[in-house]
Design a protein around this ligand. Sequence first.
Ligand SMILES: C[S@@+](CC[C@H](N)C(=O)[O-])C[C@H]1O[C@@H](n2cnc3c(N)ncnc32)[C@H](O)[C@@H]1O
Length: 155
Amino acid sequence: MGRVMELLTLPGVFAPISDSRLLAEAVRREDLGPGSKALDLCTGSGILALAAAESGADVTAVDVSRRAVLTVRLNAWRAGTRVRALRGRCFEPVGHECFDLIVSNPPYVPSPREDLPTRGPSRAWEASEWTHCARSVRSSSNTRRRSSSIRDRAW
Ligand SMILES: C[S@@+](CC[C@H](N)C(=O)[O-])C[C@H]1O[C@@H](n2cnc3c(N)ncnc32)[C@H](O)[C@@H]1O
């Protein structure tokens, strides 16, 4: 049974649910440690970023929501750990940086809308934009590989 992390979420930020916790446990099983670099895309509360940071890895967390970025910083501070939290879409804030582990629990509920919500809670789960990001994560798995241990498991 995994550890239960006490995470705060600012209003409007996605609060971790069972799949978030399942993924956090998977992250803890990864072979990370000091010197490793991990990226959590669509970080929300930062649950996956913080799980990676427990190993001593250098962790970057990205989210399009300003409040999510603040939430990650707050949770990292409360946990006494360091996470570089950046605001932006998908890989934009990290440029061409490479990582040992890239993890993501993106929005995944198919959206009935042509245009994605740009604010509000539904931005956290409506998935039409994410289909672009998901393709981008998948196609980037080789170019962003920093070590031979990176594995493509999510998609
Ligand atoms: C389903 S929530 C998951 C949050 C967290 N990873 C978890 O497992 O609890 C998806 C998150 O993706 C963020 N998001 C949506 N579109 C994004 C994009 N294009 N780039 C980065 N983050 C995005 C939302 O703000 C939200 O925090």
